[in-house]
Design a protein around this ligand. Structure first.
Ligand SMILES: C[S@@+](CC[C@H](N)C(=O)[O-])C[C@H]1O[C@@H](n2cnc3c(N)ncnc32)[C@H](O)[C@@H]1O
Length: 219
């Protein structure tokens, strides 16, 4: 399985919190959005479908290889602009109405710096939505998910996100955690298998790491 396949699985299993977040802020035509750590561009394309041709989605990723991948995925969406940039050096050509980041802060040296760059990029009154996991709160049957073998800087960053945003001056308007659950087979089980690289018994119940969504406004 390639990284892209894993991202696609992720998009599948974590789609619901994305839809909920987008509905709660009322994302619609004409919005300017930045999707930070855009990966293969799945989320950017989903956001582009909401903002339409009059909107714009800056799909930002540090990895230059992502640029072509995003451009290919977004070929029907001229409103998607693929940008190769580190979030720590974020400099977009305009302020946006929404900064969105999913599964980004968990791998970053300084989530605090990344959050400050996010806020700088949002217009006054605009939105910030961050979705990050609490990896160790995942379960395989009754067993807590081990994070020992994972190469992630902040596996439980999800619990830190409300304070990170509040300390940076964001007005928090909504937050929740959501865990996809699977039994036996299916995308959730596949996702966990590829994340941990440990085969699971056929009749396992897996609770994927809860994804904490924090929604806030930049005043
Ligand atoms: C775990 S993936 C998440 C992709 C996508 N947001 C999702 O939810 O499926 C993290 C992405 O962030 C990118 N990334 C890592 N560090 C970054 C940084 N400092 N600035 C911008 N992008 C970064 C990686 O290249 C990768 O594509």
């Amino acid at each position: 399985m390639t990284l892209t396949d894993l991202y696609e699985l992720r998009d599948d299993v974590y789609r619901r919190p994305l839809i909920t977040a987008v509905q709660r802020i009322g994302l619609g035509p004409g919005w300017k959005v930045a999707d930070l750590g855009a990966g293969n561009g799945d989320v950017s394309v989903a956001l582009a479908a909401q903002v339409g041709r009059t909107g714009r989605v800056y799909a930002v990723d540090i990895d230059p290889l992502r640029r072509n991948e995003i451009a290919t995925k977004a070929s029907l969406f001229s409103q998607v602009v693929a940008v190769t940039q580190a979030v720590e050096e974020l400099a977009l050509p305009e302020k946006v109405d929404l900064v969105f980041a999913r599964f980004l802060l968990l791998g970053i040296d300084s989530p605090k710096l990344a959050v400050s760059k996010m806020i700088e990029s949002v217009r006054k009154g605009g939105w910030i939505v961050v979705q990050e996991p609490i990896t160790s709160a995942g379960r395989i049957d009754l067993q807590a998910l081990s994070t020992d073998t994972l190469v992630i800087k902040w596996p439980d960053i999800g619990v830190m996100v409300p304070k990170l945003l509040a300390d940076a001056g964001v007005v928090l308007t909504d937050m929740w955690a959501e865990s996809p659950v699977g039994y036996g087979s299916g995308p959730e089980v596949d996702y966990l298998y590829h994340m941990t690289e440990h085969p699971l018994p056929k009749d396992s119940t897996v609770v994927l790491p809860p994804l904490v969504t924090v929604v806030g406004r930049c005043e």
